[in-house]
Design a protein. Structure first.
Length: 146
């Protein structure tokens, strides 16, 4: 039980630190302090909800739809991959301190890879936005924890 609580805590820290995307992290800000993962919220459903809200707020045009779709798909895929990794990690056997440290390093590498996957899609989306839309995106990303 303690191991599961630790993994949930790690997941909360990683997600709260902006690992996936600010549209996901924004959901925790709106819900108040603390991590809600222990309540079994589905991160994929949450990110879909946040993406739908952001798309509506941005008023994505038909011309912008292809770059939006790429960004949204990569965001959802990253969230699903992280959810899968965390669920797998929750079932790991007890680890030694060096093994835990190695796992932490691996999770940080995954975090970096996640940011790198999103970088190009975000830049393409941002380039396609109007000045007003960029202000909305800037506001959403300002909520992203480092």
């Amino acid at each position: 039980m303690k191991k599961m609580q630790k993994m949930i805590g790690v997941m909360c820290v990683l997600i709260g630190s902006g690992m996936i995307a600010p549209v996901y992290a924004d959901d925790h800000v709106a819900d108040g302090p603390g991590c809600k993962m222990h309540q079994h919220h589905d991160p994929v459903a949450n990110v879909e909800k946040r993406l739908a809200g952001l798309k509506e707020e941005l008023k994505i045009t038909p011309e912008q739809e292809p770059v939006w779709a790429t960004y949204a798909e990569k965001t959802k895929r990253n969230v699903q991959e992280m959810k899968d990794r965390m669920e797998a990690a929750a079932h790991d056997q007890a680890q030694t301190a060096p093994e835990r440290f190695d796992r932490h390093i691996a999770l940080m590498r995954d975090r970096l890879a996640s940011f790198e996957k999103m970088d190009d899609a975000l830049k393409q989306l941002y380039a396609a936005l109007t000045a007003e839309q960029k202000t909305v995106v800037d506001r959403h990303f300002a909520k992203m924890h480092h």
